[in-house]
Design a protein around this ligand. Structure first.
Ligand SMILES: [Zn+2]
Length: 136
């Protein structure tokens, strides 16, 4: 019996952090799965710059990937610098992928929505910080 709290990958007993492409994965395997997917789309894109548009399925996967990555970033989970760098890299790569598609309006709206939201939160907290600084 497979323990649902453990990563789906064989021989991996680390706790599940997220699900991606219907697999329950630990952080390490989520990162490697994401890179697998992103590398796959990029290689295909490099063959011809003219037909560099990712398929709808790839954009949906990139969207899912970005959301999962963001969930992990926003969770209270403690991440080391390498993990942070990997997650940020994956998130930006997903954004590039969605941005490189011709159908920007429909497919990549959710990703820009996510980054937009992140930006708002960031500026909000910065405002909060300066307010505190002024008060003191
Ligand atoms: Zn794992």
């Amino acid at each position: 019996m497979h323990n649902p709290e453990c990563c789906d990958r064989r021989g991996c007993a680390r706790p599940v952090i997220t699900t991606f492409c219907k697999e329950a994965l630990c952080l390490d395997h989520f990162c490697s799965r994401s890179y697998e997917f992103l590398n796959g789309t990029d290689e295909r894109g490099q063959l011809s710059m003219a037909s560099n548009s990712p398929t709808t399925e790839q954009i949906q996967t990139a969207d899912e990937c970005a959301r999962r990555t963001l969930d992990i970033c926003m969770s209270k989970m403690l991440l080391n610098n390498l993990e942070r760098a990997r997650l940020l890299d994956i998130l930006l790569w997903c954004g590039d992928l969605a941005g490189s598609s011709g159908a920007k309006k429909n497919s990549s709206s959710s990703i820009s929505e996510i980054s937009e939201r992140g930006r708002h939160q960031e500026s909000a907290s910065r405002r909060e910080t300066s307010r505190i600084a002024i008060r003191n």
